[in-house]
Design a protein around this ligand. Structure first.
Ligand SMILES: [Fe+2]
Length: 147
């Protein structure tokens, strides 16, 4: 078992779960003139995280077994990210940009640990899919944050 790889994947999982919780919260607290567009943007972004959360957990289970997806340990990691999130920007859009950029860094870091690991191609494919969707989210949020 490759503990460094599993920990890196757990870090990706925590970041995506934190995005899901926070984007859903930003969806609820959208307000002002751009309220409805923001409300729908955040919904698009939090809904896109659900299949990623599920897929990442299945990959971690496949290579690390059930102990790797301990619910309390994983939720503490999510909580740490949520606790820091308010300081990441002055608006929900700028906080969203920072969260997505951090997740992309975690995805890249996990991907760099795949050399020599089992199932490299499959895990790389899963991470590449996440990176693709996160680059889309980064584009959407940067456009919104620039207003
Ligand atoms: Fe809603």
């Amino acid at each position: 078992m490759n503990n460094d790889l599993i920990n890196a994947l757990l870090g990706v999982w925590a970041a995506i779960r934190a995005e899901h919780q926070l984007f859903w919260t930003y969806h609820w607290r959208s307000k002002g003139a751009p309220y409805y567009g923001d409300h729908l943007l955040w919904q698009r972004l939090y809904e896109a995280r659900v299949p990623e959360i599920d897929r990442m957990a299945e990959v971690i289970m496949a290579i690390g077994g059930p102990s790797a997806v301990d619910p309390m340990r994983s939720w503490v990691a999510v909580s740490d990210i949520i606790n820091r999130s308010e300081k990441l920007g002055s608006t929900d859009a700028t906080r969203g940009v920072a969260l997505v950029a951090d997740t992309l860094n975690r995805i890249d870091a996990a991907n760099e640990m795949l050399a020599g690991a089992a199932n490299t191609l499959a895990i790389n494919n899963v991470l590449a899919g996440f990176a693709d969707k996160h680059l889309e989210a980064l584009y959407l949020l940067r456009q919104r944050a620039a207003q």
